[in-house]
Design a protein around this ligand. Structure first.
Ligand SMILES: [Zn+2]
Length: 83
């Protein structure tokens, strides 16, 4: 049984390697936002990402307004200890 599981996992890894071809549009988006600071929109997950500048924690939100709220809560209550 354990051998079967190992074989299945191996096959999945092989499939991922075969189809691991960079999508030109994905590369374009990654390069476009490589130097961007602050909130970034992840086109593929449809979410806004923000790396906290203090603790480098990744915050994600479905829209920019929610992300701003989460960022303020995070920096005031979690990162900077109430400041
Ligand atoms: Zn933080």
């Amino acid at each position: 049984m354990l051998t079967d599981l190992v074989v299945v996992g191996y096959n999945i890894n092989m499939t991922l390697q075969i189809y691991d071809i960079p999508d030109p549009f994905q590369v374009f988006v990654a390069n476009k936002y490589a130097n961007a600071k602050g909130a970034k929109y992840d086109f593929f997950s449809g979410e806004w990402d923000f790396n906290c500048l203090c603790c480098n924690e990744m915050l994600t939100a479905p829209n920019k307004k929610t992300l701003n709220k989460m960022r303020l809560y995070h920096t005031r209550s979690e990162c900077l200890g109430g400041w």
